[in-house]
Design a protein around this ligand. Structure first.
Ligand SMILES: [Zn+2]
Length: 440
């Protein structure tokens, strides 16, 4: 297993909720000398400075200020969230006075079937009151805590013929026996605070199954939340390893992609726009100059893609069907659900060629509408040339997804090339200025 696959699996296992993911990124950036900025405080940016800012503790933007004048922003955006079961308020439901199960609802478009019969736990954040203050505390219960049991085949003989799964009926995890420690008390004990001081929470059920590398030659990798932590992780690796260019590299992690991005920390929000405008103001750019920079900017919207499925090849496009281990996927869609167009595809091809990255193309089967992602949504707030890319995977939105073990390193190389490059608009086209030395 290469260092990036190894790093990715550790990253996923150590960060079981969106808040942990952003905390992990914050820690990595701080270790690399990046200074935290707050949206509620004044910024004093310096040439050669390295910064990051978070919103809602679930979205993050990091950037570097070059020492010389710059052409534009080189942006890569991914998302921190995954489809999951969210724990409701007043979560305990008693069954026959014997069992306690937890009341949950769905967050995002999860594949429900694979959640059954596997060890699960709970992670997220709790809001704790001390006098007139509230503070957010990360919470993870690092042991097998709950499980959603299947109904035995003897009690539903048609189970293998397709059963409609309802969250309220079928998906409530078993927590304990009546009389065990209550869920609120357990949460408080784990958080190390009195139960009455917890005023609210965002807690999610997560899959505890460890990632695995498998296949005849160890070519496959399975793990929870590859969509989209594989892109989050690759983007940050490429960002931290990139060399300075005549551009501002911007690493972006949005939240709430799985529920349509329409929140203050999602791709449809002003987060990226606010940060880019604030950088421009800090650097003393006029509005006109800022717009010139935007016109010479580029964004990779990075979110995983569907690979050719061995049992359902007919679901894929007859030609453009990426495979696991085939390199980075360039995603295209006629109705612009993906932001890629001929111009941005050409830019990606040139960056990939320069970086020695293998590219494969994804298009939907023309009679199957497919999904969407954050590139075209973000473009409505910050209009820059954008291409959608990702890593080919199977079982998207299952709690245990599968990809090619070699592909993370490919996306890291592409990210590193993007962040080390700049674009220059010319009368007769775009010049792509890549680093003078080839990138390893
Ligand atoms: Zn995604």
């Amino acid at each position: 297993m290469d260092q990036y696959s190894k790093g990715l699996l550790t990253f996923i296992q150590e960060h079981p909720s969106v808040y942990h993911v952003i905390e992990g990124q914050r820690r990595k950036l701080t270790e690399a000398g990046y200074a935290p900025l707050s949206e509620s405080r004044q910024w004093k940016l310096q040439e050669g400075g390295k910064y990051f800012v978070t919103r809602n503790d679930s979205a993050l933007i990091a950037f570097r200020i070059p020492r010389r004048s710059f052409r534009g922003f080189m942006i890569m955006a991914s998302h921190s969230d995954s489809p999951v079961l969210k724990i409701k308020e007043n979560p305990e439901i008693t069954v026959d006075g014997k069992y306690t199960k937890l009341n949950v609802e769905l967050y995002g478009g999860a594949l429900l079937g694979p959640w059954f019969d596997r060890p699960l736990s709970v992670a997220g954040r709790v809001l704790v009151r001390t006098d007139s203050r509230i503070s957010s505390k990360l919470l993870n219960i690092p042991r097998d805590l709950v499980l959603i049991p299947s109904l035995a085949i003897h009690m539903d003989r048609t189970a293998n013929e397709g059963r409609a799964l309802k969250v309220q009926k079928d998906m409530l995890p078993l927590y304990g026996l009546a009389g065990d420690m209550s869920f609120p008390d357990l949460i408080a004990a784990e958080a190390g605070v009195p139960a009455e001081s917890i005023v609210s929470y965002d807690l999610f059920v997560y899959n505890r199954q460890a990632p695995s590398v498998w296949g005849a030659a160890g070519e496959f990798l399975s793990s929870p939340r590859l969509d989209d932590l594989q892109c989050v992780y690759s983007s940050l690796c490429g960002f931290l390893e990139s060399t300075d260019a005549d551009s501002i590299p911007v690493h972006v992690v949005f939240d709430n992609e799985e529920v349509g991005s329409m929140t203050k920390q999602g791709a449809a929000s002003s987060f990226l726009k606010d940060v880019l405008e604030r950088i421009a103001e800090e650097l003393g750019l006029s509005r006109g100059e800022y717009r010139e920079k935007l016109a010479q900017s580029f964004m990779l919207s990075a979110d995983n893609a569907h690979a050719l499925h061995p049992n359902y090849p007919e679901k894929c496009d007859p030609v453009n069907r990426p495979v696991l281990g085939g390199g980075v996927v360039l995603k295209q869609s006629g109705n612009q659900k993906y932001a890629t167009d001929a111009v941005s595809a050409a830019v990606v091809r040139m960056l990939a060629e320069k970086a020695g990255v293998r590219l494969q193309v994804f298009t939907n089967h023309s009679d199957i509408p497919g999904g969407s992602t954050l590139g075209n949504i973000s473009s409505q707030q910050v209009a820059v040339k954008t291409a959608d890319v990702g890593i080919a995977q199977l079982a998207m939105h299952s709690p245990y997804e599968t990809c090619g073990a070699a592909d993370t390193a490919e996306l890291v190389k592409l990210a590193k090339m993007l962040y080390s490059s700049s674009l220059s608009e010319k009368e007769d086209g775009i010049e792509i200025i890549t680093p003078r030395f080839p990138i390893e």
